[in-house]
Design a protein around this ligand. Structure first.
Ligand SMILES: [Zn+2]
Length: 159
């Protein structure tokens, strides 16, 4: 089973030790496209690279360092904005590991069909999903499973 298609990032819960080893910081941010408040922002403290991924609509930003000066400082970086047709979250039934990413229009139906089969066979957990973003209305609908909703109550401190 392989959901590796186009741009995507593997997202999983990491232990504090892993987080310290990788020197990465992950937090929630608001999706620029659909407004989902639990979009993921991850910053790598060593490489100074970062990415954003919305698990609801698939919107993502990816900042990569292109070159560095001799003192190690970043000389040039490239920021890529990605507006895919939808998103997916494949949650493996045995490990509970979730792989989240964006899908292009040509990938979306294929991914949905494969996910339905993998949920039916028990390979993937029923909490897995495939969504589609409507460019006209801005709405997100689910082809498989449920459109993700905010899990934490609004704490009133967001900008
Ligand atoms: Zn979004």
């Amino acid at each position: 089973m392989n959901f590796h298609t186009g741009h995507q990032v593997t997202k999983r819960r990491i232990s504090t030790m892993e987080a310290l080893t990788m020197s990465a910081v992950a937090t929630d941010t608001i999706c620029e496209r659909c407004g989902f408040r639990e979009s993921t922002y991850e910053f790598n403290c060593r490489s100074r690279e970062w990415w954003v991924l919305c698990p609801r609509c698939g919107y993502s930003e990816d900042c990569k360092q292109v070159s560095r000066l001799s003192n190690g400082r970043v000389e040039e970086s490239v920021l890529t904005y990605i507006y895919p047709a939808g998103a997916y979250s494949a949650v493996w039934a045995d490990s509970g590991v979730a792989e989240v990413g964006g899908l292009s229009e040509t990938q979306i139906e294929k991914a949905a069909a494969r996910m339905r089969a993998d949920i039916a066979s028990g390979k993937l957990s029923p909490e897995s999903y495939v969504t589609r973003y409507c460019y006209d209305s801005g709405e997100v609908t689910a082809l498989v499973g449920q459109v993700p909703t905010v899990s934490q109550p609004d704490d009133g401190h967001e900008n």
